[in-house]
Design a protein around this ligand. Structure first.
Ligand SMILES: [Zn+2]
Length: 256
């Protein structure tokens, strides 16, 4: 069984003590990881890991929570690395109303640049949304070209309606550990509705470990298996079937 963690912050300080163990597993062929950048330095670090490990890939971009500090030089640094073949996605980008570090109109401006870059490079967006579901869906629908957005809704925690509107734009929906929590009954119902060819799994490590590791920090990419087990049960398939399906979906969206 091979799993694909479509979203892990491998450059995070918290993961450094575990990095050798994580990369050894990857190099043995038991999983693939998309290492996600949040600023130029972190994107560069993800790129370096992807160059060294055949089953690690990189996403490069500027995270909405940090965008108050970004200027043209940061964007240029992303443009310089985006064409590398191991860069399989644009992100982490998106919109966030939970943290107020960056004015929303500034977030929108950076998000729209990432959307343009995704169409130009034909690489999928990795999209973060927190407490602004309707603004996000409206932005995506008004930015679609040919009725579609190339992208992944990362750590999806939205409504069935939001999921449907993203699917109508031909997007992928990725679930993180939150879907395994006892209280996440509604989110599991949403996960049941996602078509077989549009569902992905991720850890968002080092954040939010899935059940039964919830109290364990940091979260680690191998725990994506717990999310796979939970969703396989919800969707009435075996873990092996679900792992194979999500692995194939991830390879498709990342063009691998
Ligand atoms: Zn993230």
């Amino acid at each position: 069984m091979q799993l694909f963690d479509t979203h892990a912050h491998l450059d995070s300080e918290q993961l450094q003590p575990h990095l050798d163990e994580i990369l050894a597993l990857v190099d043995q062929g038991s999983m693939r990881i998309n290492a996600i950048g949040t600023d130029p330095r972190s994107s560069q670090r993800c790129l370096e890991l992807a160059k060294k490990h055949a089953d690690v890939f990189a996403a490069v971009g500027l995270h909405p929570n940090y965008c108050a500090k970004f200027d043209e030089s940061h964007w240029q640094a992303i443009l310089e690395i985006v064409d590398d073949p191991v860069v399989v996605a644009i992100g982490e980008t998106g919109l966030d109303k939970y943290w107020d570090d960056c004015p929303f109109d500034v977030q929108l401006k950076w998000f729209s640049r990432h959307i343009d870059l995704s169409f130009e490079k034909q690489k999928p967006l990795v999209i973060h949304t927190r407490e602004c579901e309707s603004e996000m869906i409206e932005t995506l629908e008004s930015s679609a070209r040919g009725g579609r957005i190339i992208g992944i809704m990362h750590s999806f925690a939205g409504s069935a309606d939001a999921a449907k509107r993203c699917l109508d734009l031909d997007m992928y929906i990725s679930f993180a550990g939150m879907v395994t929590f006892k209280k996440s009954t509604e989110l599991r119902e949403v996960a049941k509705l996602i078509p077989d060819d549009r569902i992905l799994i991720e850890t968002d490590s080092p954040y939010l470990s899935p059940h039964p590791f919830r109290s364990k920090r940091p979260n680690l990419p191998m725990r994506v298996e717990s999310t796979a087990e939970c969703l396989a049960e919800v969707r009435g398939v075996t873990v092996a079937e679900f792992a194979a399906q999500t692995f194939e979906n991830a390879n498709r969206v990342f063009g691998l």
